[in-house]
Ligand binder design. Structure first.
Ligand SMILES: NC(=O)c1ccc[n+]([C@@H]2O[C@H](COP(=O)([O-])OP(=O)(O)OC[C@H]3O[C@@H](n4cnc5c(N)ncnc54)[C@H](OP(=O)(O)O)[C@@H]3O)[C@@H](O)[C@H]2O)c1
Length: 225
């Protein structure tokens, strides 16, 4: 049975990653920051849960210690929005640094801590859940300053990391889930959660070492940097 690790798994997109992977016969090791949330509703002996705050190296280390020895898929899903500041003068620099810490460095901490468990003779896939808002080419509306910057940084961390990871049979994909109806996406979002996850799982299925580091939307469209 293949092993998947999902971060930010207690609600939103993360919880649906867990549901679909369990349904598909995966063993899932799921991280939650505070509350188990939707994870309590999955009655499946292939699900293991563990506390995880991606901002804390201690928490990430404890999570990694308890993770399965052989990991086939890591979904770095945990993330936060920023303050929806309306203009430059409203940027809160302390919160901006938190957003960058969670969204850009959090996934890097998790990759570092789990690396040896992903480094084996069969291919391991790592999904970095980014956003179209990371795209410099696409940044026509501006605003969402810290969120955009955090996801752009995540993309660059990923492309830089993929170089060394290819030698260890680890492939990365940078995924945009679409604008999805979650707490973060809000009610006006056009994409339903299950549709987004099914799409991203289809993208994952096409991943090889050769296409590592691509920036791909949930429906398979390649995105501009
Ligand atoms: N929804 C969209 O339209 C959309 C679009 C583009 C990209 N994304 C990305 O998709 C991912 C999931 O988003 P979502 O819409 O499902 O958001 P969500 O409903 O707000 O869920 C966010 C998840 O991340 C967790 N999280 C936040 N900070 C964390 C930390 N420091 N350590 C561990 N977990 C943490 C949350 O845990 P708590 O419950 O403890 O807060 C929650 O489980 C995010 O990376 C987001 O940026 C979403």
């Amino acid at each position: 049975m293949p092993n998947a690790v999902v971060t930010g798994a207690n609600r939103g997109l993360g919880a649906e990653w867990v549901r679909q992977l369990l349904d598909d016969g995966w063993a899932v090791f799921a991280g939650y920051r505070n509350e188990l949330g939707r994870l309590t509703t999955f009655e499946n002996s292939n699900l293991t849960t563990h506390q995880l705050d991606v901002q804390s190296n201690e928490s990430v280390a404890a999570f990694a210690d308890h993770a399965p020895e052989h990991i086939d898929l890591l979904v770095n899903n945990a993330g936060v929005a920023d303050g929806r500041w309306r203009n430059l003068s409203e940027i809160d620099d302390a919160w901006a640094l938190e957003v960058i810490d969670i969204n850009a460095l959090g996934p890097v901490r998790v990759v570092k801590a789990l690396y040896e468990k992903m480094n084996h003779t069969t291919l391991t896939k790592v999904a970095m859940i980014s956003s179209l808002m990371a795209s410099i080419d696409d940044c026509e509306m501006g605003r969402s300053y810290a969120y955009r910057a955090s996801k752009t940084a995540l993309n660059m961390f990923t492309v830089a990391m993929k170089k060394e990871a290819v030698a260890d049979n680890i492939t990365f994909v940078i995924l945009h889930p679409g604008w999805v109806k979650t707490d973060m996406g809000g009610d006006r979002a056009p994409v339903e959660i299950p549709h987004s996850i099914t799409g991203m799982r289809n993208v994952l299925a096409s991943r090889t070492l050769e296409n590592s580091g691509e920036f791909v939307q949930f429906d398979g469209e390649l995105l501009p940097w």
